[in-house]
Design a protein around this ligand. Structure first.
Ligand code: PMV
Length: 300
């Protein structure tokens, strides 16, 4: 038997803009998945979470193959990370699974190896993943991620102090691929406007990085709001995102935006501390929404 753990992520700045070459900043959150593996007559996924079984099995097979393991396993998936809404759960599953197989086989892996093997598993869930999710699930903390023509680049950023968030699921799910397509159309139809938005966003990323590194929480909030306005202009923020962000700001959150693909999915709100995050999450829960608190922690 082997056991492994990995965390989910939120994108603090830069979804969609990252697809077109701007840097995104993402953080590993305290919500985690745990994977336990035990030998079995065939590969199977055992979980109470909502998962696509076919993809999960393909993920297990890909990870076993790339790690050169020939036995079959029952793979138990647990933990408090929601498996929907763009929180990086499939990548966290793959990273935790790589750790669990390494534990079972008593092999030591470097972070680079863990990331590489998990990326192979991720391909079963997203045909052509950018790699941001598995990189965060492997390294934790905050990363600045840039898509390259040849190769992706990432930089591990130093977080000045932990950041508290409320994550709220809008109740609506839109496929990320469709939202990415929508932005592509926007760009084709109005290249000039798109370039202007990209420039404005790039400024946000530069300032956002510094604010995170210096613990300037008010600045991070303002920049999140500015990023949200640009996402609205791009057309990826729908009325459910707008409403949740508006309410979060009205009750005192420092900044609010959608996170991930948009068109629903999840929204994040930055709060001054865990207590405020809990109050806001409770308020959303009373409105019947799935809402929870989480934290971007310093890298361990
Ligand atoms: O929905 P998620 O968490 O997979 O995030 C999507 C982020 C996009 O920038 C919209 C797409 C991408 O591949 O980076």
């Amino acid at each position: 038997m082997g056991i492994g753990e990995a965390q989910g992520k939120i994108i603090v700045f830069g979804e969609h803009f990252v697809v077109h070459g701007a840097p995104a900043i993402a953080g590993g959150i305290s919500s985690k998945v745990t994977v336990e593996v035990e030998k079995s007559d065939k590969n199977r996924i055992i979980t109470e979470h909502k998962v696509v079984e076919k993809m999960s099995l393909a993920g297990i097979e890909r990870v076993l193959a790339v790690m050169g393991i020939h036995e079959r396993y029952g793979v138990h998936l647990r933990g408090d990370l929601r498996t929907y809404g763009g929180l990086g759960s499939s990548a966290a599953f793959c990273v935790a699974m790589v750790h669990a197989f390494a534990d079972e086989k008593k092999i030591h892996l470097t972070k680079e190896e863990v990331n590489k093997y998990a990326y192979e598993g991720e391909k079963a869930f997203h045909g052509n993943p950018s790699g941001i999710d598995n990189t965060i699930a492997t390294h934790g903390g905050v990363i600045l991620f840039e898509r390259g023509k040849e190769k992706n680049k990432f930089e591990l950023l130093e977080l000045y102090k932990p950041l508290d968030f409320v994550v709220t699921f809008t109740g609506k799910y839109s496929e990320t691929a469709k939202m990415v397509e929508r932005v592509k159309k926007f760009k084709e139809q109005d290249e000039k406007e798109f370039t202007q938005l990209m420039d404005e966003y790039t400024d946000i990323a530069t300032h956002g990085r510094h604010a995170i590194e210096r613990g300037k929480i008010e600045d991070i909030g303002k920049l999140m709001n500015a990023n949200q306005s640009l996402l609205s202009e791009l057309g990826v923020s729908d009325e459910t995102n707008d409403e949740i962000n508006k309410i979060a700001l009205e009750v005192g959150a420092i900044g609010a935006k959608l996170t991930g693909g948009g068109g629903g999915g999840c929204c994040i709100a930055l709060t001054k501390d865990q207590e405020q995050a809990s109050k806001i999450a409770e308020m959303f829960k009373k409105k019947g929404l799935d809402s929870f608190t989480t934290q971007i922690e310093k890298r361990h």
